[in-house]
Every structure is written in C-alpha cells, then in structure tokens.
Design a protein around this ligand. Structure first.
Ligand code: RP5
Length: 187
C-alpha cells in the first residue's frame, strides 16, 4: 500500500510524542500515511485547506490528535465526509507556561476527551481513550481492512499474536508462581 490512505494530523509538535504510536502501528501493518501539524486555533485557515487536500488525496480515514479544548478533530470532521478518529491528548505544561506548578492540564485529559466526543448531533467524531494513539492506528487499519483483504489477514494475525502472548505469560505465571513472576516482571 504505497499510496497514503490515512492522514495523521495533530494540533502541535508537542503532540507528536503521543501521536507517534499511531504512525508506528500503521507502519507495522504496512499502511502508508501522511502526517502534518494543523492547529485549529493557530492556523484556522489550514482546516478547510487540509480537508480539501485529504479529499483530493483520496484519504479514507483521518486520525486527529489534540489536547485541551481539542477542537481539531471536530473541526476537520465538519469540513469533510472522511471518517475522523480523534485522539484526546493529555497536555503537559504547554509551551507558554515557563514556570508551571502543575505538571498536567487542569482536567488531566478529560478536557480533550469531552471536547472530541461531545460533538453536537449531526457532526460525529469517534474517539479512542486519552493518549491512546496506537488504538487509533489499529482502528484505522480495521476501517481499511474491509477494502484490502491482505490487511484483514494481518489484523487477524495481530489478534492471534495478542492471544498467544497472554497464554504464554499465563503459563509462565502458573509455573513460577505469582510472587516470583511479578518480581521478575517489575524489578
Ligand atoms: C493543543 O494545545 C495541542 O493539540 C496541544 O495538545 C496543546 C498544547 O500545545 P503547545 O502549547 O504544546 O503547542 O492545541
């Protein structure tokens, strides 16, 4: 799949720390993606521009990550019919807070989650959990899988690998006993 069918966008370069997981998942499945920074409040004119670019490029899904009043996913969704998966980001001290007492945003990611999921009726955006950009990558792969049988096979394999790894760990835990297993795993 050389042509990018997924657009990954984020509100700030600081979001790349989290959003990279979406890219890593897509890379693992061999899904090409195009990545950009589009700030809904700092570059508002780029919203419409990007939505047109996404349509012209034939993107089938957009993954949009944003923190705080996370309006990027909803705003992009309102400019296009391409499905948008929002990634609510827990904002650490933002770039303007030189000396911040608190490490995280006041609402710990709930602000971003609600901003994305509480879109008014008629303008839906789906959302993964706070900082769960990897899940957005998997969900995008699932959307594409209905069209690409080879990708469907990869997803089935991914699922069975998850199953096997839990069974393997469970066998080890049973053999070693819980105390020893946990000591080895977390020390
Ligand atoms: C949002 O504000 C971005 O999505 C980011 O999560 C947050 C903080 O941005 P920076 O101050 O780090 O640029 O627009």
């Amino acid at each position: 799949m050389a042509k990018p069918f997924v657009g990954i966008i984020m509100g700030s370069s600081s979001d790349s720390r989290i959003m990279r997981s979406a890219a890593e998942i897509l890379d693992g499945f061999g899904i090409a993606h195009e990545d950009q920074i589009i700030s809904a409040h700092r570059t508002p004119s780029r919203l419409d521009e990007y939505a047109r670019h996404a349509e012209d490029s034939g993107f089938k899904v957009i993954i949009a990550g944003a923190g705080g009043a996370a309006h990027l996913p909803g705003m992009i969704a309102s400019h296009t019919v391409i499905p948008v998966i929002g990634v609510p980001i827990l904002v650490y001290n933002d770039r303007h807070q030189k000396k911040a007492d608190a490490k995280f945003s006041a609402f710990g990611g709930l602000d971003s989650l609600l901003s994305i999921t509480e879109m008014p009726s008629g303008s839906p955006v789906v959302s993964v959990g706070v900082n769960k950009a990897g899940n957005a990558g998997i969900y995008a792969a699932k959307i594409l899988a209905s069209e690409f049988p080879a990708l469907r096979k990869k997803l089935i394999k991914y699922k069975s690998e998850q199953h096997d790894s839990v069974v393997k760990e469970s066998r080890r835990l049973k053999k070693e006993g819980l105390a020893k297993f946990a000591r080895k795993k977390f020390s």
